[in-house]
Design a protein around this ligand. Structure first.
Ligand code: B3K
Ligand code: ZN
Length: 873
């Protein structure tokens, strides 16, 4: 970047001057370059006036070799090329344009556009990567039909893929070629190609109308035995989308390709999804339950995009949440249906509150539909995805399942084949419900997390219970004042003595800054169960006593709120002890927490998965998020002391549960299904408490689990327990054995890196530097960067925030290196530093200094520039 990047504004949106009806591409792939021939059929946008403005095509890092307008080769004076575009003057309404460009995929370290991963060629075009492949109108509201021909060396690249159906193929000496046709019009961001020496796993699916669809997964040969779960997940997703949304697949073939070098999880290219191998490959001996579950949900997510994203796409990138929020909501519901609904909701809410709430409270806060950006890649955020999904969930809650389905049917029917906006989505919901959702749409335009302050009163004489609710939303960058929003507050009332439900869940609809809700016919003072199922992405404040929280934990009929009561109780107990620690006293822990958890462990009605969630303390990151000035060091000490104290008080039940579940695991064949996953989670959670007791028999059990378990979930948990406890010798032995066994599998080595980098006890900055010297590490591979630097800066908080500032320095130094290679990753990795305002003055100053140094880099990407500027503001 040589100049200050310009800000792109939603308010400046204009329809495209020209449309591209047909796109015919021909790729000649070679080891040291690729030639891209494009034949485009264009037309002046008939919706606009009949003038002929210049045609400005996007193009970045392209070497133009040939250009012809309506088959006439253009002379040097007839077009202009700069760093970002190609400009020429059309002479007619309808015309064709031919270009040839030369690119160098082998030198593309940004992993956007056409690049190489291992021995293959692949693409990533969303959001603006297609312009790195050829000159084009690279915007989602230009939808075109595509044919693609690829030619390459036969031996090195026996498999040649692109979107749609294969229509022709042939050979020519050492080389061969294949042609693909995609019958559905699509924006360029959904284009994909792959060339490589790949193994294919094939299956099929019969759609609800009886059509047979061929399903193919392409992977490197050594991964042939890791495809079954991805394929099963795909078939489940296809069936679920038919049953729950009435959506059928629309091509005769659906392909998934796994690649090792990928910036995010996966990409929904039409008919040819490309996946980060970590999000699609798994087998029990190498992959944890978490990986199996991640795969199930990401395969579903990408598949669901075929309707929510591809058939109906976004008009512009400000509308990104139109497809992402909706699709995350869809995949979350799918996972809830496939597994435990309550546990899925707990996991999602814990993640949202820890990370999205932090984003919404920081310098990078932005609305679900942002009003402006410099670099769109920076807006694939927790707010767009996770908060966007919460917004769709609230619509579902407000309308009810039946109307919501009608609304989504109408949305798909009305806009099939179009590029639309979030307003169009809400309008469909308005049409079917007859509701005016104008006020609700503030969720798309207002950033920040609303705070609900709830108080109550009971009138015994009138038998009336009143809830008073106030809402307010804190200021965020560029939005000092907020309007009251529409907030669904799902509420139940419990009998305060028996715990029975005196009022089942009712959705109270907040619309004003302050409101009162009156419940009549209530015979005695009830206990409210508020925000059931986390019915809105807000911070709830109600002055529950610890006794009341313990009561809710024991009695609430809403599983999510039982968990939530336990979390709130733990937060109260933790916070009290933290204050003591900060005042130089020895922290003391209210025994009410251990008592409440011991009841949970003894409860025969509760399943293991929910027990495991309930006995997990809130993460350190979340506990810090709740503090006005985050005190990392003391919070870590107090949280660990609280865990130890719980382990001491609950030792007997923890031992019994661990032994019983470990026995059961030994006697059962591993399957990644919800029941087993819950049991393993509880087993490993009990082990992590027990290890704190530093007893020989427990250490022996942990080592035995590491050595004997037949699945990665148990092995990795045991390894993590060794690495996170003061048994360095045993930890190192286990790490060495593990490394030897799995050195050939990069996905397992990622786990090996991450378990070490995440441990405050095991890894200080010096150790992180050592890990980065390991032969299996590569700064060019995003998975490796996440496994080491990501794990260190996001999970190893005590060391990342080390008093001498060395953690910050390490991260900043590596961000600088990354920025020269892969700006999307550098702008993401810098994130923990951007939250500097949350910490103590000395840390603030250290973090700022690192950010300022980065700002001084002689060359800086637009991605990193934007993040730094917003953070330093
Ligand atoms: N749509 C892609 C994300 C693309 C990110 C580009 N920087 C994956 C997904 O959300 O399904
Ligand atoms: Zn998505």
């Amino acid at each position: 970047m040589t100049h200050t990047p310009k800000t792109i504004r939603l308010a400046d949106y204009r329809a495209p001057d020209y449309l591209i009806h047909e796109t015919h591409l021909h790729f000649e792939l070679y080891d040291d370059h690729a030639l891209v021939h494009a034949h485009l059929v264009l037309e002046r946008n008939p919706q606009l006036d009949d003038s002929l403005p210049p045609l400005v095509l996007d193009g970045v890092k392209l070497e133009l070799k040939h250009i012809a307008l309506d088959d006439r080769v253009l002379g040097a004076g007839e077009y202009q090329v700069d760093e970002e575009s190609l400009r020429l003057q059309p002479e007619k309404n309808s015309f064709t344009l031919d270009t040839t460009v030369r690119i160098e995929p082998q030198n593309n370290t940004e992993l956007e556009g056409l690049y190489r991963s291992g021995g293959m060629f692949c693409t990533q075009c969303e959001a603006e990567g297609f312009r790195k492949i050829t000159y084009y109108l690279d915007r989602p509201d230009v939808m075109s039909s595509f044919t693609t021909t690829l030619s390459a060396d036969k031996q090195q690249y026996p498999v040649l893929l692109s979107n749609g159906n294969k229509i022709d193929e042939g050979e020519e000496g050492e080389r061969h070629w294949a042609s693909w046709e995609d019958p559905h019009k699509k924006p360029a961001y959904l284009f994909a190609l792959v060339a490589g020496d790949l193994w294919c796993v094939e299956d099929s699916f019969t759609t609800m109308s009886g059509r047979e669809v061929t399903l193919r997964m392409f992977v490197e040969p050594q991964n042939a035995d890791k495809c079954q779960h991805g394929m099963d997940s795909l078939k489940k997703s296809m069936r679920w989308d038919e049953e729950v949304y009435g959506r059928e697949y629309d091509l005769d073939i659906f392909m998934i390709v796994a690649v090792d070098d990928f910036n995010m999880g996966a990409m929904e290219n039409k008919g040819l999804n490309i996946f980060n191998s970590s999000c699609v490959l798994a087998k029990p001996e190498n992959s944890t339950d978490a990986a199996f579950q991640r795969i199930e949900s990401i395969v579903a997510h990408e598949y669901f995009h075929n309707w929510s994203g591809n058939r109906v796409t976004c008009r512009d990138w400000f509308q990104l949440s139109l497809k992402e929020g909706f699709t995350v909501f869809r995949d979350a519901e799918f996972s809830a249906d496939m597994n435990s609904r309550t546990v899925k909701r707990i996991e999602d809410v814990a993640y949202l509150r820890t990370h999205q709430f932090a984003e919404d409270a920081g310098p990078l806060a932005h609305p679900v539909r942002p009003a402006e950006y410099m670099e769109i890649s920076n807006f694939y955020t927790l707010t767009i995805y996770e908060k966007g999904a919460e917004v769709v969930r609230m619509l579902h809650t407000l309308l009810g399942a039946e109307l919501f389905r009608k609304g989504s049917d109408l949305y798909f029917e009305r806009h099939d084949g179009q590029a639309v906006t979030c307003d169009d989505f809400v309008a469909a919901m308005e049409s079917v419900s007859g509701r005016d959702l104008t006020r609700f749409k503030l969720w798309y335009s207002q950033a920040g997390t609303p705070v609900l302050q709830v108080s109550d009163s009971y009138d015994a004489e009138k038998q009336e219970y009143r809830l008073q609710v106030r809402q307010n939303c804190p200021p965020t960058p560029g939005q000092p004042v907020k309007e009251p929003m529409v907030i669904p507050l799902a509420t139940g009332l419990l009998d305060a003595v028996t715990g029975e439900e005196v009022r089942g869940t009712q959705v109270l609809e907040l619309t004003e800054a302050s409101q009162e809700f009156i419940f009549t016919g209530i015979a005695s003072q009830p206990l409210p169960s508020l925000l059931r199922g986390f019915s809105a992405p807000v911070r709830l404040e109600y002055a529950y006593s610890r006794e009341q929280l313990a009561f809710l934990l024991a009695h609430d009929s809403d599983g999510f709120n039982r968990w939530e009561a336990g979390q709130q109780l733990a937060i109260q107990v933790f916070s009290e002890a933290l204050t003591q620690q900060q005042n130089g006293q020895t922290p003391a822990f209210d025994p009410q927490l251990a008592q409440a958890l011991s009841k949970v462990l003894a409860d025969t009605q509760l399943d293991e998965a929910l027990k495991a969630e309930i006995i997990s303390l809130p993460s350190l990151a979340y506990l810090l998020e709740l503090q006005t000035e985050a005190d990392v060091a003391n919070s870590h000490v107090v949280r660990e002391a609280l865990r130890l104290s719980l382990a001491q008080q609950l030792e007997q039940p923890l031992r019994e549960i661990y032994q019983q579940l470990r026995e059961q695991a030994r006697a059962t064949d591993y399957r990644p299904e919800a029941g087993q996953i819950g049991r393993r989670r509880l087993q490993n959670m009990t082990l992590s408490y027990l290890m704190l007791l530093e007893q020989d028999d427990i250490l022996a059990a942990c080592i035995a689990q590491f050595e004997q378990a037949d699945n990665m979930t148990e092995r990795m948990a045991a390894l993590a327990n060794l690495v996170n406890n003061p048994v360095r010798e045993q930890a190192e032995q286990a790490l060495a054995a593990f490394e030897q066994e799995f050195a050939v599998d990069p996905l397992v080595m990622d786990q090996w890196f991450s378990v070490q980098a995440s441990s405050p006890l095991f890894s200080d900055t010096a150790q992180i530097r050592q890990l980065m010297q390991h032969p299996a590490f590569s700064i060019k591979n995003p998975n490796k960067v996440r496994a080491v630097l990501g794990a260190f800066s996001q999970h190893n908080l005590p060391q990342f925030h080390a008093a001498d500032g060395s953690g910050y320095a390490l991260l900043a130094e590596q961000v600088a290196v990354l920025d020269g290679l892969n700006p999307q990753i550098s702008a993401r990795m810098v994130n923990p530093l951007t939250r500097w305002q949350r910490y103590q003055p000395r840390q603030q100053q250290q973090m700022r200094a690192e950010l300022e140094k980065l700002q001084q880099l002689p060359k800086i990407s637009r991605d990193l520039f934007e993040v730094l500027e917003k953070s330093l503001g």
